[in-house]
Design a protein around this ligand. Structure first.
Ligand code: 5GP
Length: 239
């Protein structure tokens, strides 16, 4: 599959057209950014690792009946995906309190709520991706209430699959962010990526952070932590 023109140059990924109008190539960069691009660095091999982690996870989600944009990994940095129209919402799922929620609700990091917490944010760099609610999303004509119900049901299913998968490799899925697109028929497809960049993964015994918080909080051992996640998944899924 040949890479054609650059469609989008993001902070951590690039999107390219292909000779098939229904397919795109996503290039995973080694660049890392946090706090809406305020903090930036390059993490050796991050693109290769996140490309592989997303491949392993999306294949597992597909096996469990979740429709994703992923088609195949082409090489170390590139993957072939179905083209979608991205819905400008970020869905966040929280199984354990961490990150911005500790500040917003004044809760201790590591608290396990009795319920799973679902949030939506508006994808808008200028507004810095504000937290919104269902009524805002409907009022902005991004989705209908019925579509939101369907999306929350898919999001909840994805959470169950991820928690079960990562439990087998002794990792707690603390929280994660996902995005959806619509294909040409209007069907929802899980888009973007799921990786230590977009999720918080803690070792279930030591509670060591194996995700982007190591960069956000200057904890070091970034490449090692991302590698740990890919190695554990590969060991489990290649059995
Ligand atoms: P928080 O709101 O605590 O900062 O983030 C919650 C979860 O969503 C974390 O797993 C975080 O990595 C992910 N997340 C939130 N916003 C973004 C974003 O703009 N990009 C990425 N890649 N992940 C995000």
């Amino acid at each position: 599959m040949e890479r054609k023109e650059l469609l989008y140059d993001g902070k951590e990924k690039q999107l390219y057209a292909t000779d098939n109008p229904d397919q795109i190539i996503i290039l995973y960069k080694d660049d890392a950014s946090a706090y809406n691009g305020v903090k930036r660095t390059t993490i050796r091999n991050k693109g290769i690792i996140n490309n592989r982690i997303t491949e392993l996870i999306y294949k597992e989600l597909e096996k469990n009946g979740i429709h994703t944009h992923f088609i195949e990994r082409l090489d170390q940095h590139n993957q072939l995906c179905r083209k979608t129209t991205i819905i400008p919402l970020e869905f966040i799922v929280r199984n354990v309190i961490a990150g911005s929620l500790t500040r917003r609700l004044d809760l201790d990091e590591g608290t396990v709520p009795e319920n799973t917490i679902f949030e939506i944010c508006l994808k808008n760099d200028t507004l810095r991706d504000p937290l919104i609610n269902d009524h805002h999303a409907v009022a902005m004509k991004i989705v209908s209430y019925e579509e939101l119900q369907e999306l929350y049901s898919i999001v909840s299913h994805i959470n169950r699959v991820l928690v079960t998968l990562f439990r087998q490799v002794n990792v707690i899925v603390v929280d994660f962010k996902i995005e959806f697109g619509r294909d040409a028929n209007g069907k929802f497809l899980l888009a973007d990526e799921i990786s230590p960049d977009s999720a918080r993964f803690w070792d279930s015994i030591s509670k060591e952070r194996l995700d982007k918080d190591r960069f956000r909080k200057d904890l070091g051992k970034l490449e090692e932590s991302y590698t740990e996640i890919v190695n554990r998944l590969e060991t489990l899924l290649s059995k």
